[in-house]
Design a protein around this ligand. Structure first.
Ligand code: WT7
Length: 655
């Protein structure tokens, strides 16, 4: 995200989200038993550092820290002098506490029947063997290991093995292209790559190894490639390659975990900016594990002995790092990992998994929820999902309609929904309701967690009053914050700490409602300026999705000679909705009624799909190119580049 695109101060934004009056109180029984109660906010406000020290005490430290926080803005060091081993905290300590037989992961492969049950004792043996294997290959503390794997158990095992020996992992999402992989391997200067022959995707084997070979043609620094056999398909095998089973299976399953400094690097994870090369976000050991473990326990009200937790993200994204691997394991939770897509072999697969494992906590993304809405209410209705008790959402603002649908059709109107705001850079959840405390408003992330100091400021960095809008900022350092951009401190300063001096600027617009609760409005570069009014794409999209015929919407501002920018909306209709000539007018009127005439889209285009990045974010930049009749820019990060052809074909007929 470019820090220099603030748009105008958003006081004038329209107020449909603020007109949302539905409230959902925490269920009484959940509130009574909740891990975190309302007093946590006051406690943390009274002594923030003490609050985080208490959170850190939930982990096992080989040596206690002498300094909680050393803050040389914008460079933070947390729990200085402390030593711990992340893998020990995530695995060994549970086995030592007599929980070796407890399930760490129920792994569900995409092809039905491919499943594995992995206990904490199993995980300990596998991680130790893999750590020994990496040592045999010459990997040492501080070395970088690139991991390019599908959603199979070897992925968390590889991450934990790196953490155990102090090697820095850089997981690259298995859907990325050879050039994306190459760029990430080079930037981190990785010496080992861990990959697989392939994975299963939409019912078919999907090869990975050839992509690695293509990337490595230009990466002479890589010494060895470890290859997991997953699909069994033939793959090219060269001199540097070694099969995982040939290397790992013969290793000792004993390995003594050495403690690492709290500030030793744990991993690099690349996140793409709107411009320039991807940024290698660097996370470290003690503060990161403290905040992911505490938030996973607090935000999902995790009861490790009884809950079955499922986060549907890919481990290749930060959501998977923090809330499939490190947070749940640090808490000794039992999780589900699913390899495939939600529509394989049928559109009820997710709910079948919930039913099969009696999942109690489900954490997914608005883009998935809107897809399920589009597929129809009757699909989840076929499954027994009475085990569910807490639902989570992450990745983008959740439209109130999607929130309410999720609550009703997945959560049976019984489960609180937590809308969790955070970023790759923040490492862990920052702004969210608490399921046992907050009277939640659909579409609002509500309040910063205890220990987090966030605010909404205007153009000049002044806090806006309740009812006002502007830019989200974080005003104090937090334990799981990124420490820098790998190899580029200056870019770290410029990107996050320069727009508002002394404050972290995540790049998101936000509003404070009359109660002081926070509503996230998307990236500030997604704010449109129409006839001098700031209108956020999220607001118009939410208004469109609240129309019964609309399943999904993406809105962009296109240059307009009269109004500066004009609103162009791309909509996907619900399964049974017909496209008739009245539709565009209906939708435009509906937006005008919900938001005010100023927000009426100039154009409504009905499309079959929307262009999304592999992490599920709509690529508005491409839609702007379409809306402004430009040739398309870079489409390489799209999940499916043919989507843009489908959209362009619709253009001449759509109105
Ligand atoms: C951006 C970060 C956090 C893990 C997944 C995405 C948007 C994320 C929410 C939310 C409104 C949200 C923000 C943020 N975002 N969660 N609950 N409400 N917006 O990580 O790829 O680093 O993206 O996602 O715009 O800045 P990421």
């Amino acid at each position: 995200m470019a820090p220099d695109t603030p748009g105008r101060q958003t006081q004038e934004t329209l107020s449909n989200l603020l007109q949302e009056t539905r409230r959902f109180d925490p269920p009484a029984d959940l509130a009574a038993q909740a891990n975190v109660k309302a007093d946590a906010y006051e406690e943390a406000a009274a002594d923030r550092l003490k609050f985080w020290e208490q959170a850190a005490e939930r982990l096992d430290w080989a040596e206690r820290w002498h300094t909680v926080l050393e803050w040389n803005p914008p460079f933070a060091k947390w729990f200085l002098g402390g030593k711990l081993n992340v893998a020990y905290n995530c695995v060994d300590r549970h086995v030592e506490a007599g929980k070796g037989d407890k399930v760490a992961y129920y792994w569900e492969g995409e092809p039905e029947g491919h499943s594995r049950v992995i206990t904490y004792a199993d995980l300990q043996r596998e991680v130790n063997k893999t750590a020994n294997a990496l040592l045999e290959l010459g990997v040492r503390k501080g070395d970088r290991v690139a991991i390019y794997l599908p959603m199979i158990p070897e992925l968390p095992i590889s991450m934990l093995a790196c953490a155990r020996i102090g090697a820095i992992h850089s997981v690259v999402f298995g859907g990325f292209s050879a050039s994306a992989l190459e760029g990430r391997i080079k930037d981190a200067d990785a010496k080992i790559v861990i990959t697989a022959d392939g994975g299963f995707r939409r019912g078919k084997p999907n090869a990975l190894k050839p992509t690695v070979d293509e990337a490595l043609a230009n990466c002479p620094g890589v010494e060895r490639v470890v290859v997991v056999k997953r699909t069994g398909e033939d793959v090219p095998f060269g001199e540097k390659d070694i099969w995982w089973h040939d290397l790992v299976d013969r290793q000792s399953d004993k390995h003594e975990a050495e403690p690492h400094d709290a500030e030793d690097p744990l991993y690099i994870l690349y996140t793409s900016g709107t411009t320039g090369k991807p940024k290698g976000i660097l996370h470290t050991t003690g503060g990161y594990l403290t905040q992911v473990a505490w938030t996973h326990w607090a935000v999902f009200d995790l009861k490790p002995e009884t809950d079955i937790y499922w986060c549907t993200a890919d481990i290749g994204w930060v959501t998977g790092h923090s809330y499939i691997v490190y947070g749940p394991l640090a808490n000794g939770a039992t999780s589900v990992i699913y390899e495939g897509t939600p529509d394989t072999p049928h559109r009820g697969r997710f709910w079948e998994i919930v039913q099969k494992y009696k999942v109690t906590i489900c954490y997914t993304a608005p883009t998935a929820i809107r897809t399920f809405m589009k597929w129809g209410d009757d699909i989840p209705a076929k499954f027994d999902m009475s085990s569910l008790r807490v639902l989570g959402s992450v990745g983008e603002p959740i439209n109130p309609e999607a929130y309410v649908w999720y609550r009703e059709h997945i959560g049976g109107n019984r489960c609180p929904v937590v809308d969790t705001w955070w970023q790759t850079e923040t490492g862990a959840i920052m702004i969210t309701p608490l399921p046992g405390v907050t009277s939640a408003k659909p579409g609002a992330a509500m309040r910063p967690l205890p220990g987090i100091v966030a605010d909404v400021v205007d153009d000049t960095g002044q806090s806006v009053p309740n009812g006002g809008g502007g830019f989200l900022v974080i005003k104090e350092p937090w334990p799981s914050m990124l420490r820098t951009i790998w190899g580029d401190d200056q870019r770290y300063i410029d990107t996050y700490w320069s727009r508002f001096p002394g404050m972290y600027f995540p790049g998101d617009g936000a509003k404070k409602d009359e109660d002081g609760d926070l509503w996230l409005l998307g990236r500030v570069d997604d704010v449109m300026l129409v006839s001098g009014h700031n209108i956020s794409t999220t607001e118009v999209e939410s208004a469109l999705v609240s129309h019964p015929k609309v399943a999904e919407a993406a809105v962009v501002g296109a240059t307009d000679p009269v109004t500066g920018q004009a609103i162009v909306a791309f909509v996907i209709l619900r399964g049974d909705a017909g496209e008739g000539p009245e539709l565009a007018k209906d939708l435009r009127d509906h937006v005008a009624k919900t938001l005010g005439p100023i927000a009426k889209p100039r154009q409504i285009l009905v499309v079959p799909e929307l262009p999304k990045t592999r992490s599920g974010k709509i690529m508005r930049r491409l839609l702007r190119d379409v809306a402004e009749n430009r040739s398309l820019g870079d489409v390489t990060t799209l999940t499916d580049s043919s989507v843009m052809d489908l959209i362009k074909q619709k253009l001449p007929t759509a109105k």
